[in-house]
Write a protein that binds this ligand. Structure first.
Ligand code: GTP
Ligand code: MG
Length: 198
């Protein structure tokens, strides 16, 4: 698998419109503006692959990128975006839950959190959903460039302790990450390779 060869495959508004549920895929989830699309671009070394934006709520569909004929990356819509109408928000949440619970080819979830605001309510919900189906979760504490190394490391340890205290250490791993400075890329690649080749 070469992440640099990723290509846009398709966008899907609902689970029924997703590509065939065969092979393997890894999804990027997290609050709006956490940096999901940017992380996919950093990983694939293609700044134009996934659309990024300063305005939260940019990604409103499930966007699929193919790595090989059998493997895909998925850019999920950001959850917890307050400025859309309530009915629309509810609909997104349903699609997201449905995707996470029913998608057979999903091998793992990369959960992005802004290192300055980790473990919000929605993040816990994603961790709970994933753990119910024993889906591995790899947390990226993103925008790590916004903090110095010391404070970034403290957040990492604090989040690790909280996950442990809540009983989620088994299927959850975590690291700091910056799409801007391209730090943490190798660690992310290693995890994804493990999931996709298992
Ligand atoms: P939605 O599609 O709305 O859910 O957002 P997203 O999670 O895909 O976020 P996106 O990648 O569009 O990034 C949101 C904003 O954060 C953009 O202005 C990015 O430039 C910025 N950003 C993303 N990653 C980083 C990072 O590592 N460091 C810094 N400083 N800014 C970042
Ligand atoms: Mg996005």
């Amino acid at each position: 698998i070469s992440f640099r060869k990723a290509q846009f495959l398709m966008s899907a508004p609902t689970l029924s419109q997703c590509p065939d549920d065969s092979g393997c895929e890894v999804a990027f989830a997290g609050r709006s503006n956490a940096g999901k699309s940017s992380a996919i671009n950093a990983l694939t070394n293609n700044a134009k692959l996934a659309r990024t934006s300063k305005t939260p709520g940019r990604t409103q569909l499930l966007n699929f990128f193919s790595l090989t004929e059998q493997c895909r990356l998925v850019d999920l819509p950001g959850y917890g975006f307050a400025k859309v109408p309530k009915a629309m928000k509810k609909e997104w949440d349903q699609h997201l839950a449905e995707y996470l619970q029913r998608r057979q080819s999903l091998r793992g979830l990369v959960l992005l959190m802004d290192i300055r605001h980790p473990l919000q309510d929605y993040d816990w919900q994603m961790i709970r959903w994933a753990s119910l189906s024993e889906m591995p979760v790899h947390i990226l504490l993103t925008k790590a460039d916004k903090l110095n190394n010391g404070p970034a490391k403290s957040v990492l340890l604090k989040v690790q302790r909280e996950l442990q205290a809540a009983g989620f250490s088994e299927h959850v791993s975590l690291q700091t990450f910056s799409s801007l400075k391209k730090t943490g890329l190798e660690e992310l690649e290693t995890t994804l390779m493990q999931w996709l080749s298992a």
